[in-house]
Design a protein around this ligand. Structure first.
Ligand SMILES: [Zn+2]
Length: 732
């Protein structure tokens, strides 16, 4: 204890010297010292000082430089450029002072196009360009290295058949076609990307199940084009030739390398045959611009589609009739190496507790938004944390960072890495903070409130995220917290800002690298990013020009994101007591359960959920009591021994682990979290096993799933109670 106090005194002295130079800045930037969740008052004051130092480092010019480096060339997974960027990241992290910089290699089944074509053979001849137009103002659009249209993991083949328009390609759309006497068996189905977003891999599985011969997905201007506003290069929306590439992998069943489901593709690992991979589509598929889709739609002569199916093109959308096309897709599906870059700053006191930061590196083309905005924010974050370390300031816990590969294909790099280090991560990982797109919106069209801050987090970490946002400044000049409330109010068209408890989205779907950590390893996650008008997703136009002229010309959102990411990371890394709030956690659970009952009109005689409600209430009470006991002691300055705090931290981490069911959810054993999963559309899905059973009206399975949940909640209530009593009993 004495040693610790002396260390602290020295720490404070150094901090004082180091921050004097910044003091004028600090007065302007930092609010008066306020309590921080999980910190003693003394440590909270030190943390505020440290965060002010941290926040003064990120630079808009540097963020722009990083962004240009990462968006200079197309860099899809397995390309030379993406592999060069892995070496670049590793070199930069070494220069920034990060430790244990390591390249992890995974050999995975990859998928890239050799040859694709689409031709209309009747009633008129038309060859689709499958390419995007160049614009003089943006030289990057003239780069011959830009790919044409393709979908990752499309099947290969050559088919000719009649075309049927199936709206968004959801099951109910096929039902409507059938009601109108139209079969899609053996046909080529043309569907549109839909709003709200539904993962294209779900459209592919649905078309495959319906027996279609091939699937074409096009971008209707109603969704992401001229109907929404000005198009590229004059505005954020997609022009007539923009193509939304992407993967159609069934990674909602099992993500990662399709040939190593559930284990890591380290060199020498066992691989299953691609024919046996549950996540590989068997259907041929291609994405189209609306310019390439329009001739197909306007040459149909069959029955008119209903009003809801009409898009924004100046034609009458019909179900089918007269249009025949030939689709050829030849994919190279060879094994390719993917590279995850990993680095850390070892913790000064708790090196075996890890706070992990991550962002993917691979992009469909340039990745101006997705993911290089996130990469630029991450490189500024690692530079800033590296600089603090050079000044002698290490976090108490280890901070790790990863640059993922192949996220766009099947969340592959993060999944393989998570599977490789599963045992260690289950013990050591405090939380994973993911940033995919840091700025997925146009500041130039966002209006006075600016872009929306739209993070999501497991409910236990929501209070910490809200608190941190009060100490970060938004580009509007207000605190990020105020900006967040204002844009949330704008989005909901409400006349009052939402309550703090409703600010954070605590429903978490899939579609990014947090998936393995939350759903497979049971670790808490946070996703951070700004959103707004953005219609060039996965197209060539998602590039440097878009970002520097339309998205975030001042790079102020990039830097704001670096700051909130770093402040949350530092709080988790330096907290005395990990700031998991299980009282708040359970009010979210209660809400999830009520929604499930109401949406599905669950009758108690079919499924008794009363006991689960009671268990959740008990858990909430235990969480609230523990929170108050700890907060009371922390704020009174009571000095708990490091051992005592350590014991409590371990128990808090165990609560999160207890949500895992090693059996997994029915039909998808890789997804083991009892509270969180995603639907096949990537949409969030709470109480996944229970909800899916209820939706299928399988009451027996639903009963079993409810019992599993009751048991897990009960176990955690016991754990919280025993944590509280050992905390209160042992005052030293
Ligand atoms: Zn992404």
């Amino acid at each position: 204890m004495q040693f610790r106090l002396r260390t602290l005194a020295v720490f404070f002295f150094c901090l004082l010297i180091l921050t004097l130079a910044h003091s004028a800045q600090l007065k302007k930037d930092t609010p008066p010292s306020t309590p921080i969740l999980g910190f003693t008052p003394l440590h909270a004051a030190a943390e505020h000082q440290l965060e002010s130092q941290f926040q003064s480092i990120p630079s808009r010019d540097k963020a722009r430089e990083w962004h240009r480096t990462f968006t200079a060339e197309p860099h899809p997974a397995a390309s030379d450029r993406n592999n060069q960027l892995a070496d670049f990241v590793a070199d930069e992290w070494r220069k920034q002072g990060w430790e244990d910089v390591t390249l992890r290699r995974y050999d995975v089944l990859h998928s890239r196009p050799r040859n694709v074509s689409l031709e209309m053979t009747a009633p008129v001849q038309f060859t689709a360009s499958l390419r995007e137009d160049a614009y003089d103002v943006d030289p990057d659009t003239k780069n011959p290295a830009v790919s044409g249209s393709y979908f990752g993991y499309s099947a290969s083949g050559d088919v000719a058949a009649e075309v049927v328009y199936a709206h968004s390609g959801n099951p109910e759309d096929y039902d409507l076609l059938q009601k109108n006497g139209i079969s899609t068996k053996g046909k080529i189905v043309l569907v549109r990307y839909s709003n709200p977003y539904s993962y294209r891999g779900f459209k592919a599985l649905t078309a495959e199940r319906e027996g279609a011969a091939a699937l074409l997905i096009y971008s209707d201007p109603a969704e992401d084009g001229a109907t929404r506003g000005k198009v590229f290069p004059d505005g954020p929306w997609g022009p007539e030739s923009h193509i939304q590439r992407g993967a159609i992998t069934y990674d909602y069943i099992v993500p990662g390398d399709p040939t190593t489901p559930g284990w890591a593709s380290v060199p020498g690992a066992k691989h299953i045959a691609p024919e046996d991979a549950r996540s590989l589509p068997k259907i041929i598929a291609l994405p189209l611009s609306w310019r390439d889709a329009k001739p197909l739609l306007e040459n149909m002569n069959g029955p008119e589609a209903p009003k809801e199916w009409q898009g924004a093109l100046p034609i009458t959308y019909r179900f089918t009739g007269a249009v025949k096309v030939q689709v050829k897709v030849d994919m190279d599906t060879s094994m390719q190496p993917y590279t995850v870059v990993e680095a850390r700053i070892r913790g000064s006191e708790l090196p075996d507790e890890w706070v992990l930061l991550g962002n993917h590196r691979d992009a469909w083309v340039y990745g101006g938004v997705d993911p290089s905005s996130g990469t630029a924010s991450m490189m500024e974050l690692t530079r800033s944390l590296g600089e603090l370390k050079q000044r002698g300031i290490r976090p108490r816990r280890t901070v790790m960072v990863c640059s993922w590969d192949g996220e766009e294909y099947a969340l592959t790099g993060s999944t393989e890495w998570g599977e490789q280090f599963a045992d260690e991560l289950k013990k050591k990982l405090v939380a994973y903070l993911n940033v995919d797109e840091s700025v997925a919106g146009a500041a130039t069209t966002a209006g006075p409130e600016g872009l929306s801050f739209s993070p999501s987090a497991v409910a236990s970490l929501a209070p910490t995220l809200v608190q941190a946002s009060k100490d970060v400044r938004a580009p509007s000049g207000k605190s990020l917290y105020e900006a967040w409330r204002a844009t949330a109010m704008r989005a909901s068209k409400a006349s009052n800002p939402p309550l703090d408890s409703a600010l954070v989205e605590t429903r978490i779907g899939s579609g990014s690298d947090h998936t393995v950590f939350l759903n497979h390893l049971g670790r808490p996650v946070i996703n951070l990013g700004f959103t707004g008008d953005y219609g060039v997703y996965h197209s060539m136009y998602d590039d440097y020009y878009w970002m520097t002229h339309i998205g975030d010309p001042a790079f102020e959102y990039h830097v704001a994101l670096t700051r909130i990411w770093g402040v949350v990371a530092l709080r988790l890394a330096n907290a005395d007591i990990l700031p998991f709030d299980f009282g708040f956690n359970t009010s979210a659970l209660e809400q999830f359960l009520r929604e499930l009952e109401q949406k599905n009109k669950v009758e108690p005689k079919r499924l008794a959920l009363k006991r689960l409600h009671v268990r959740i209430a008990e858990f909430e009470k235990a969480g609230g009591l523990l929170r108050s006991a700890v907060a009371r002691d922390l704020s009174s300055g009571t000095r708990a021994s490091p051992e005592k705090m350590q014991r409590l931290n371990e128990q808090l981490l165990q609560v999160e682990s207890n949500w895992l069911d090693p059996g997994g959810i029915p039909g998808r054993p890789w997804f083991q979290h009892l509270l969180y999963s995603s639907r096949y559309t990537y949409a969030h899905l709470e109480f996944p096993g229970l909800t899916e059973a209820v939706e299928k009206q399988d009451w027996k399975l639903a009963g079993q799933q409810a019992a599993l949940l009751e048991k897990a909640v009960e176990k955690n209530t016991r754990l919280l109670k025993s944590a509280q009593s050992s905390w209160e009993k042992n005052e030293q």
